[in-house]
Ligand binder design. Structure first.
Ligand SMILES: O=C(CO)[C@H](O)[C@H](O)COP(=O)(O)O
Length: 141
């Protein structure tokens, strides 16, 4: 189960990702926003992040115009490791090295086709563990 969240600046890309996940048979829960009306990203970043931290959702994907504000908001929730990724390699590396459980995307800069590749990498790349586990544990502590 994937938690989704966005503000108005990420709404269009979130809707695209919903259709993409649906086509792949991946379940998701949309924590809003539900229109392009102006709203505040901390509310939606927090809602999606809390669903991940509680275990209700395994991973989360959040979107605002830059991806920055909503990733900052999500990372305030203990247990969340939200990575803003604007390229495929970053998405792979944040899974391999950081065990990121949330992905932030930039709705104003990342196109839908590129976003699909980033989402695929985020959902399919495994955490490497080893020396990276020690570092991730230190963050949690
Ligand atoms: O990217 C964002 C936060 O990092 C927001 O989407 C952005 O700040 C919204 O701005 P505006 O209200 O001017 O559309």
């Amino acid at each position: 189960m994937i938690a989704l969240g966005s503000d108005h600046g990420g709404y269009s890309l979130k809707e695209h990702i919903k259709a993409y996940l649906e086509a792949k048979g991946i379940a998701f829960k949309d924590f809003g926003t539900h229109s392009t009306d102006s709203c505040d990203y901390p509310e939606f970043g927090r809602a999606a992040a809390e669903a991940v931290a509680s275990g209700e959702c395994e991973r989360g994907i959040v979107v605002c115009t830059t991806g920055i504000g909503i990733s900052i908001a999500a990372n305030k929730v203990h247990g969340v490791r939200c990575a803003l990724c604007r390229d495929l390699l970053s998405a792979q590396l944040t899974r391999r090295h950081n065990n990121a459980n949330m992905l932030a995307l930039a709705g104003g800069f990342t196109g839908p086709f590129e976003a699909e590749h980033i989402v695929d990498a985020f959902l399919t790349t495994a955490f490497e563990g080893g020396r990276h586990e020690r570092r991730v544990n230190a963050i949690e502590e």
